[in-house]
Design a protein around this ligand. Sequence first.
Ligand code: MG
Ligand code: FE
Ligand code: FE
Length: 167
Amino acid sequence: MGTKGRAIVNLNVDDLLKELNKALADEWLAYYQYWIGAKVVVGPMKQSAMDELLQHAADELRHAEMISGRIIQLGGTPILSPFDWEKLSGCGYLKPEDPYVRKVIEQGIKGEQCAIDVYSKLLNIVKDKDIVSYNLILTILQDEIEHEEDFQALIEDINQMMEREKK
Ligand code: MG
Ligand code: FE
Ligand code: FE
């Protein structure tokens, strides 16, 4: 922990650490949901879906690294056991039981929308109070917004393809 680094945070640091650990749980669950989704997905445009899922999985893992690094800087302990992920998570885990591409991607969209909600709320909490966390959360939020758009664009392409097939 950096003592001065923690001292300049104008917030209850323990409360902030709880929020950051919650986000960390979300990131790990999202990582696995997309990683396993890329393995099982079937249906039209499967290759594009796999590519997108794997790219997003890599981003979520990077987010987990960024958040855990900030937790340690602030003197906290990142979640030590995967058994705590689901319990602490705000966005939860959507198991890709139905591997059809549209289902898997729609579950992804729900996850991204939850993440956008979580990070925009968190951004308001740290605004003007913890600029380092603010910068980190803003970067993550930008990625989640891009993720939602990527998944929605993929659904659009699938819809287009299906429409044209009918003609
Ligand atoms: Mg993408
Ligand atoms: Fe993320
Ligand atoms: Fe994401």
